[in-house]
Design a protein around this ligand. Structure first.
Ligand code: AP5
Ligand code: MG
Length: 190
């Protein structure tokens, strides 16, 4: 099973990816978690990208694509993946599609977690993750989402493997809704 989770900052991508990974024995791959790990470990990638993360800006596509290639292929070979936070732009989606299709590991379903801004801001301020959950950086992340990721949703719109769920309900309700919707796709026998 190969899934994408798309949603604004705080929409619950990490929360839902974790549940899906456990339920279907697939690997949760979070671009944000991997990037933050590079910063914590002060790798050369980490030093290059820290300023982007702190500002709430997207890191360059080449960094993300290079970083994800191996984990995605490895996960696809051992049951599948749920990708959280990638792709985030139309350019990333196109580049990833080229590579993944050639390797036979292209995505089978994409889920849009839909949550209004006031709830996103409430959740992120309550969480207070390091330097990017401040009021100012949250505002920047939401603006980047609207400018860069909403066009990706429009690009995917109308494809039968893409669907939106109401992400404002409890994590368990959102999870069951996603599973129900996946069941309705012919791709999966779950
Ligand atoms: P990333 O780590 O992906 O952060 P984000 O998109 O801002 O989203 P979050 O991780 O903050 O939220 P989430 O949707 O995972 O929600 P969560 O489950 O945690 O990216 C960080 C940065 O990395 C970017 O700004 C960028 O710089 C860089 N980056 C990452 N990917 C990139 C890419 N592809 N290209 C370029 N740059 C990239 O939930 C949030 C909170 O809400 C939690 O406290 C949770 O407990 C709570 N919550 C979750 N669900 C519910 C619910 N149903 N009801 C109530 N509370 C809930
Ligand atoms: Mg996350």
């Amino acid at each position: 099973m190969r899934l994408l989770l798309i949603g604004a900052p705080g929409a619950g991508k990490g929360t839902q990816a974790e549940r899906l990974a456990e339920r279907f024995s697939i690997t949760h791959i979070s671009s944000g978690d991997l990037l933050r790990q590079h910063v914590t470990e002060q790798t050369s990638i980490g030093q290059t990208i820290k300023a982007y993360l702190d500002a709430g800006d997207l890191v360059p596509d080449s960094v993300v694509l290079d970083m994800l290639r191996k984990p995605v292929v490895t996960a696809a070979e051992s049951g599948g993946y749920v990708l959280d936070g990638f792709p985030r732009t139309v350019e990333q989606a196109k580049a990833a599609f080229e590579v993944a299709s050639a390797l036979g590991v292209a995505v089978q379903a994409a889920v849009h977690l839909d949550v209004p801004d006031d709830e996103l801001i409430r959740r992120l301020l309550a969480r207070g993750r390091g330097s990017d959950d401040t009021e100012e950086v949250i505002a920047r992340r939401l603006r980047v989402y609207r400018e860069k990721t909403v066009p990706l949703l429009e690009y995917y719109a109308g494809r039968e493997w893409m669907f939106a769920v109401d992400g404002t309900r409890s994590p368990d309700e959102v999870h069951e809704d996603i599973v129900d919707r996946l069941r309705k796709l012919a791709t999966f026998s779950i």
